[in-house]
Design a protein around this ligand. Structure first.
Ligand code: NDP
Length: 475
């Protein structure tokens, strides 16, 4: 294979301040004495990017109070007026998308081609889409006079920082709610830049509040008696805790949790396309994707052909500098996540599965993991059951559609699945029986703001996106 010359995106398009406060009531403010500060690093280099305020309980009080004050006037605005703000935000995101894409790659470690071509266009699309709904809520199918819930507490993870923010904030605002959002501790910067965009769009103070901090800040926010609605995306473990704390209160709750999706390849599938789908399914965003196709189910008769083509394709994946436009796989988001991926992979070795990675040189500095597949995996293996949340694929086989369904559904999760076959009837029959919120046919990891997304079983409840996504924010 020939060598690519470096093709770095310019870092100078983004200006990161040395420190950031909390965004409460339309202004950046330092944390109260109950809070503190923490540092956010670039996972590709371990360089400190900025010092960020950590919100304590008093700050959470202030943010919730600001959102409460803003709720009356914001919810009283005609939907068409709220829509103008959302359209304005969407257009500013488009205008600033290069800056935001570079920022996201710096703070998260994801390749620039993904932040530039996937995350940012989808972020803008979500604001455009929900702006369109703001004056049509009476036609969304939730009653003739749907009312907003009030103050929404939103806690998001680190894998798609700005996109998860858009999934949460756009429908909440369109429906007339105000929000307090906490980004993940390892990726706070794009949410803080979004706060600046809210100011640029002249959004009334208090409609959007961004409080940074660690898990304790998230806990204080979701447990705050002043919030009416909790929306969480993250691990099943934390989701369970939140469900427990919200139980018995009047708060409404939606949870989008983990997954262990089956990507099912039949022997009549176009193998080269299926291999692209397998690669996209598990190596997109370093596998830090809740709906990642982390369990490959291959029909036995096509196993050798698929595995040979998959290994050949994996050998061409480029791992390295997230800001290089040719990079396919960037850095693992944090040292903690890297050690979790190592731990589960070692469990895979010790359980008897065979590990394979292409030859690939990993940078000395930062957090990296080579794209990896495990073959000889059985359903009992922990690497077939637990969410690794990294670039690690477990390969299993099946003979009949019934066996594929049985294995695909044999998981505590139910977020997504993929089916690869030439037969439309088989796709429909499989989709009908797969217990997954999203089933992709001859594609994988396709997202669209008009399409609802969410899980069954331990993958959570409620839907985000589409008309369905409005329901979570309306009474
Ligand atoms: P968490 O579920 O801990 O984090 C998600 C968000 O919740 C973060 O903003 C986090 O803050 C916050 N949080 C943590 N504890 C609480 C709490 N008690 N109450 C309220 N909010 C809280 O995920 P991790 O980052 O720890 O990742 C662990 C594993 O979870 C991963 O390995 C992966 O398997 C899975 N995961 C799944 C995701 C998905 O999209 N389904 C996304 C992220 C992770 P902070 O970041 O500061 O801790």
């Amino acid at each position: 294979m020939f060598e690519y010359a470096p093709a770095p995106e310019s870092r100078s398009v983004v200006d990161i301040a040395p420190s950031y406060g909390l965004f409460i009531d339309g202004s950046f403010v330092p944390a109260s004495p109950s809070g503190g500060v923490f540092k956010t690093v670039n996972p590709a280099s371990e360089e400190v990017l900025a010092e960020v305020a950590s919100a304590g309980v008093e700050d959470v009080d202030l943010a919730v109070a600001a959102a409460r004050r803003a709720f009356g006037p914001w919810s009283a605005l005609p939907g068409a007026e709220r829509a103008k703000y959302l359209f304005r935000i969407a257009r500013i995101i488009q205008e600033r998308s290069r800056e935001l894409a570079v920022l996201e790659s710096l703070d998260n470690g994801k390749p620039i081609k993904e932040s530039r071509d996937v995350d940012l266009p989808l972020v803008a699309a979500h604001f455009f889409y929900y702006a369109g709904w703001a004056d049509k809520l009476a036609y969304a199918g939730y009653g003739q006079n749907p009312r907003p819930l009030g103050v929404a507490a939103q806690v998001i993870p680190w894998n798609f920082p700005l996109l998860m923010l858009a999934w949460k904030i756009a429908p909440a605002l369109a429906a007339g709610n105000t929000v307090v959002l906490k980004p993940a501790e390892t990726t706070p910067l794009s949410a803080l830049f979004f706060a600046d965009i809210c100011r640029q769009a002249d959004l009334p103070p208090g409609v959007v509040n961004i409080i940074t901090g660690a898990g304790e800040t998230g806990r204080a926010l979701v447990e705050h008696p002043g919030v009416d609605k909790v929306a969480f995306t993250g691990s099943t473990e934390v989701g369970r805790q939140i469900a427990g704390s919200v139980a018995g209160t009047r708060k409404r709750l939606t949870l989008e949790l983990g997954g262990k999706a089956a990507n099912i390849v039949f022997d009549d599938a176009p193998i080269d396309q299926a291999v692209e789908g397998i690669v996209n399914g598990i190596f997109f965003n370093q596998g830090h994707v809740c709906c990642a196709g982390s369990r490959l189910l291959v029909q036995e008769s096509a196993y050798d052909e698929v595995l040979t083509a998959l290994k050949r394709r994996m050998a061409t994946l480029r791992v390295g500098d997230p800001l290089d436009k040719n990079t396919d796989i960037g850095a693992i988001n944090s040292a903690a996540q890297l050690s979790r991926i190592h731990e589960l992979s070692e469990i895979g070795d010790s359980e008897g599965a065979q590990r394979w990675s292409p030859q690939c040189e990993l940078p000395a500095q930062g957090y990296w993991f080579a794209p990896t597949i495990f073959t000889g995996v059985t359903q009992a293996h922990r690497i077939a059951r637990e969410e690794i949340f990294g670039p690690v694929l477990s390969v299993l086989t099946f003979r009949t559609p019934d066996e594929a369904i049985e294995k695909a559904n044999n998981t505590p999760y139910g977020l997504s699945a993929g089916v690869w076959t030439e037969k439309g009837s088989l796709i429909l029959a499989m989709a009908d029986r797969l217990r997954a919120g999203v089933v992709w046919a001859n594609t994988f990891n396709k997202f669209d703001p008009t399409s609802p997304f969410g899980g069954y079983k331990e993958s959570g409840y409620g839907r985000e996106g589409g008309r369905h996504g409005l329901e979570a924010y309306l009474a």
